[in-house]
Design a protein around this ligand. Structure first.
Ligand code: CUA
Length: 337
């Protein structure tokens, strides 16, 4: 009996030490959304559960190693086999714990999906290797995700090519972006802190997966409304200037440089009017018709050396005017020698 009391006290002490230690370590980035609070509450309970389990195992083990170590003149201990009450206890307790955490998990899941009827809508489109955000309530798109603080946004995720995953660590919640018609998935975000965060892609999706980031800017509602007004007016200026904006917004920048260095796709510098060798050995001139076709139907003519990359059909998300602007932007980057 004396041994049991000592070991229970030892386990309790270890649990408090390990649990307090883990709770005070900065294991997570700052919390910046309402949905995240439920995840963190769950995480907090898990921390205490694993602290207890760790202490239970290590406490018993250390105590036994020290107190019941073999001494010089010891004989072997009694042989015994099985202990029915103990086996019942260690079946029922873990089962009850797992069921309890499943219950907590179901509640947390329901809370993160709680719908606000006043939520406004953004479609997050993933493609290799960038994000685009379509503000469907307003009819414009952006390469950065701007959100008003303390208001719910319903994010619909989708993909133009392979599976990506939309994840803002400070908001805790995550959702896959799947390709295909009707495969959109929902994610609700209510940011609680203004500031700049990052959307990361949390699904390995190819060469530049690690660079598939976008800024998330949480703003005061007034500042957000002002930004919406600016976006509604569209980028002004010349066709080249607008083209440069679309180059960012539609994610062309993820694969095509404007300085001549090769990335995943051919650089746009000096591309216009250049003679391009295709995968089948034929040569075409990069004129307007060729550029337009490559934007609308990227697989029609594959440039030699780029056989292994599949460009998403981004042109199908663009208006004909936007494609004209992008071609004007490519022209402005110089012509082939
Ligand atoms: Cu998209 Cu990883």
């Amino acid at each position: 009996m004396k041994h049991y009391i000592t070991v229970i006290l030892l386990v309790a002490l270890l649990t408090v030490l390990v649990g307090t230690g883990l709770s005070n370590m900065t294991l997570m980035p700052q919390l910046a959304s309402i949905q995240g609070t439920f995840i963190d509450q769950l995480f907090h309970k898990h921390i205490w559960a694993i602290s207890f389990l760790f202490s239970l195992i290590v406490g018993f083990m250390l105590y036994s190693i020290v107190v019941f170590r073999r001494r010089e003149d010891d004989e072997y201990g009694d042989h015994f086999e099985g202990n029915t009450p103990l086996e019942i206890v260690w079946t029922i307790l873990p089962l009850a714990t797992v069921l309890y955490f499943a219950y907590l998990g179901a509640i947390a899941l329901a809370e993160t999906r709680r719908a606000d009827p006043n939520a406004y809508n953004v479609t997050a489109v993933g493609q290799q290797w960038s994000w685009r955000f379509d503000y469907t309530d307003y009819g414009f798109s952006s390469d950065e995700l701007r959100l008003p603080a303390n208001r719910q946004t319903l994010i619909l995720t989708k993909s133009l090519d392979v599976i990506h995953s939309f994840w803002i660590p400070e908001f805790r919640v995550k959702q896959d972006a799947l390709p295909g018609e009707g495969m959109e998935r929902e994610l609700r975000l209510t940011p609680t802190k203004t500031g700049t965060f990052k959307v990361r892609c949390a699904e390995l999706c190819g060469t530049r997966h690690a660079y598939m980031l976008a800024d998330v800017i949480v703003m005061e509602p007034d500042a957000f409304d002002q930004w919406v007004q600016e976006k509604l007016q569209g980028p002004g200026g010349s066709a080249e200037e607008r083209g440069a904006e679309w180059y960012q917004q539609f994610g062309c920048v993820a694969c095509h440089t404007t300085d001549g260095s090769p990335l995943v796709g051919p650089s746009w510098k000096g591309l216009y009017g250049e003679e391009v060798t295709l995968a089948d050995g034929s040569v075409v001139v990069a004129d307007e018709a060729y550029l337009r076709e490559s934007i609308l139907d990227p697989q029609a003519k594959i440039v030699q050396g780029f056989e292994n990359v599949v460009m998403p059909p981004i042109g199908q998300s663009m208006t004909p005017e936007q494609i004209d602007d992008v071609i004007a932007f490519i022209k402005s980057l110089g012509t082939g020698e």
